[in-house]
Design a protein around this ligand. Structure first.
Ligand SMILES: [Zn+2]
Length: 732
């Protein structure tokens, strides 16, 4: 959604009617839709849309079984407005409403408009666009499905010239091009007309904290307004203020996205915790809340290290919004995700938008990034960058996350084999008109795989979402990093290390990365809890993507890890045999061990000293060309995302950090591939080819996308795998 175009469209529609001001200040008249007769609820105006086809005032099914509003793209969509509500300039309000949405994966994105308008009007009734807290007057609702009724909210500060607020709900059916150049329709999952949207209990309230008579108030000051917070009483109950994004992760934490947080609490003792990523010291303070009094806390989180200053930037390239439904925050925007990411200590986000989000971002980039036409997710501050990219979900061959994808992404249908990831990457190699740099990450490579079932799973055409293309793309140079810390079932880090070292032992080059795969709107996992740290030449998205390409990366879910050899950093190549190795590691949540691995063998290890840092300095010789990796681990902690390690290992090895290799060239001593390693990946490729051949039969009868797969697509995928097979055969 281009905000400039959207605003122009809104003005055009609002010029078509004028509603009388509501008599009561700061109150939505008939916000619960219970009052009225006939087919239109009292005090609401239907500005567009056919009653009965595109919208209805439903007599039942509302939040408490009562009446509610229903809108659907079926009849083309509809547009509702309330009477303007008198408000006071400068005051902060919370807009809220109950939302229920239901429909196929892409319906909300395919609608031409799906938004809530929160438009302040001046004394003359003219819409005011500027908002001092920088919130947007048009909230794109991209949520496709909620579990049931959920509360949607936005915090709004009334601008100085504002006198009233008009609230509108608008859905306009889209007409997506079936054969557009960017392949949007080919990715299409079913009919747009499946979408349904219910609205109830529309409210506007002052952002004032109500204090129960027996309770007091807790006020927390958060520097820059970004941090993960947790308030817990002695019985273990957690508390959140209004208008915060709460997550089950970390034992019930929240992101308030404001500098001053306040909430009413029953009198008693509380512990307030705060953290902002892994480079700052977590904060914790006990406080007593007294009846009728204010308890104040000033959060402080000092930096242990300043990686951005040294050119190391922390980010997440695998995160979603409203992707799989179960939405708890239906009005969350990509900009909100960015602010949560800042509170998690991230410096960048390569957001996995839906195709329409990525295309909106690419259009804006192509247009020279006009400041007044930013799409959602075009979010940049002096210390944070976001790009709207995409996760290509090629289910059989494996998912890949594109980092800062150039151009407009055109993947095939997730069930198909075409294009293969390699073909897609090949297409992206031609830079777009802005010379955008992109990188390719192998996402959740071992999903559902164990050392025991590996080859059976690879050969089974009905099992999807693992990375069959991993050794293929590694051999042919299409993959830059693989996600080492990833959300996978069953999590098996040992298997990943074993296979990764095998690839490196064959002389192939691929780096490590990690990403959260968080669904920011679901209120469960948090963006950045598994992350990638890159050494970039500049703080730009192009330089960050370049760093992924150069494998100047490490991944962590808690520990800080630094590693160098002969003054080179991960991803670089050094000339041996003489090696001066330097590694150190620390974790706010305790560290067990630091190791350096040379060509598969642990050549040095260390445990933390009295200051908590583990350090290794070593002079050694490499007997042959190869690679070096540093890794460290530590005990698990509930504040951290430990989904990369099996649950039984959480207590001892819940934390991990791993670097990409430093490659060693020892003159006259080349890498000699081992037959066992080569045969392992030949077997992998052969098992995958079995799955590719069987895929079409699995999809037969599965709707329009099964039979649409052509024999030539199967052949193209087989050809790709055979091309990689020949690379491995040559190593024998
Ligand atoms: Zn995926």
């Amino acid at each position: 959604m281009n905000r400039e175009t959207a605003w122009t469209r809104l003005l055009k529609e609002m010029a078509g009617f004028a509603l009388p001001l509501a008599p009561a200040p700061e109150t939505v008249l008939n916000g619960s839709f219970e009052e009225g007769e006939g087919s239109i609820p009292e005090d609401w105006h239907l500005a567009a849309g056919g009653l009965g086809v595109s919208t209805m005032w439903q007599t039942e099914g509302g939040v408490d079984g009562g009446r509610c509003l229903w809108i659907s793209p079926k009849g083309g969509g509809a547009s509702w407005y309330c009477r303007p509500i008198p408000i006071s300039p400068g005051v902060e309000y919370v807009f809220s409403c109950a939302v229920k949405r239901k429909g196929n994966r892409h319906w909300a994105h395919a609608c031409e408009i799906s938004w809530i308008a929160l438009v302040f009007l001046d004394a003359a009734g003219r819409p005011v666009r500027e908002n001092p807290n920088n919130d947007q007057p048009l909230v794109q609702v991209r949520c496709r499905q909620t579990a049931d009724w959920v509360e949607g909210w936005r915090c709004l500060v009334a601008p100085s010239q504002a006198r009233s607020l008009q609230i509108g709900f608008r859905l306009v059916r889209g007409e997506p091009d079936l054969h557009d150049a960017h392949g949007f329709r080919r990715f299409w999952h079913g009919d747009i007309d499946t979408g349904e949207w219910w609205v109830d209990d529309v409210r506007i309230e002052r952002m004032a904290v109500k204090v129960e008579t027996s309770g007091g108030r807790l006020a927390i000051h958060v520097p820059q307004g970004v941090a993960r917070l947790r308030i817990v009483d002695d019985a273990g109950h957690t508390f959140q203020p209004r208008g915060a994004f709460a997550y089950t992760h970390g034992g019930g934490c929240f992101h308030a996205l404001r500098e001053d947080v306040a909430l009413g609490l029953p009198a008693g003792a509380y512990t307030v915790q705060a953290m902002r990523g892994f480079q700052r010291r977590p904060f914790t303070q006990r406080i007593e809340v007294q009846p009728g009094q204010d308890a104040r806390i000033h959060v402080e989180m000092s930096r242990l290290v300043d990686w951005p200053r040294q050119g190391w930037y922390t980010g997440d390239h695998h995160n979603h919004l409203s992707f799989h439904g179960s939405t708890r925050y239906p009005l969350m925007t990509i900009d909100d995700v960015c602010r949560v990411a800042q509170g998690e200590g991230l410096d960048f986000l390569s957001f996995c938008g839906e195709i329409v989000d990525q295309h909106a971002y690419a259009d804006w980039r192509d247009a020279g990034r006009p400041a007044d036409a930013k799409p959602d997710g075009a979010y940049e501050t002096t210390d944070f960058l976001c790009t709207v990219s995409h996760e290509v979900t090629q289910d059989l061959l494996g998912h890949v996350c594109l980092v800062n994808a150039p151009g407009h992404i055109a993947p095939g249908h997730p069930w198909w084999l075409a294009p293969t990831n390699a073909e897609l990457v090949e297409g992206l190699r031609g830079r777009d008109s802005c010379a955008t740099e992109g990188a390719v990450v192998m996402a959740h490579p071992y999903s559902g795989v164990t050392a025991e079932n590996l080859f059976d799973v690879l050969a089974d055409p009905s099992v999807t979402c693992l990375q069959r293309e991993l050794p293929v793309d590694a051999a042919l140079g299409y993959a830059h990093t693989m996600d080492f810390l990833a959300v996978e079932e069953p999590a098996d880090l040992d298997l990943r290390f074993r296979d990764y070292f095998r690839l490196l032992d064959l002389g192939l080059r691929i780096g490590v990365s990690g990403a959260s795969d968080a669904y920011a709107d679901q209120g469960t996992e948090i963006v950045g809890s598994l992350c990638t740290v890159v050494k970039a030449e500049a703080f730009t998205l192009d330089a960050i993507a370049k760093a992924y390409r150069a494998q100047r990366t490490l991944t962590t879910n808690g520990p800080l890890l630094m590693f160098g050899a002969n003054a080179a950093c991960p991803g670089d190549t050094v000339t041996g045999p003489g090696l001066r190795l330097d590694a150190k590691a620390f974790s706010n949540w305790g560290l067990s061990r630091l190791e350096i691995i040379l060509n598969g063998d642990v050549v040095a290890d260390a445990t933390p000293g009295p200051d908590g840092w583990a350090r290794i300095q070593l002079e050694t010789k490499a007997a042959r060309s190869g690679w070096l990796v540093a890794r460290c681990w530590g005990p698990g902690h509930c504040a951290l995302n430990m989904q990369s390690t099996p649950e039984a290992q959480h207590a001892k090895q819940g934390q991990w950090a791993v670097t990409s290799p430093i490659y060693i060239v020892a003159p006259g001593k080349p890498i000699v591939p081992q037959r066992e390693d080569v045969e392992y990946f030949l077997r992998w490729i052969d098992a995958s080819c079995h799955a590719i051949r069987g895929r079409k039969a699995v999809l037969e009868g599965q709707g329009p996308f099964g039979p649409a797969m052509k024999d030539e697509h199967v052949q193209a995928a087989l050809d790709l795998f055979q091309r990689a097979r020949r690379v491995y055969e040559k190593m024998l």
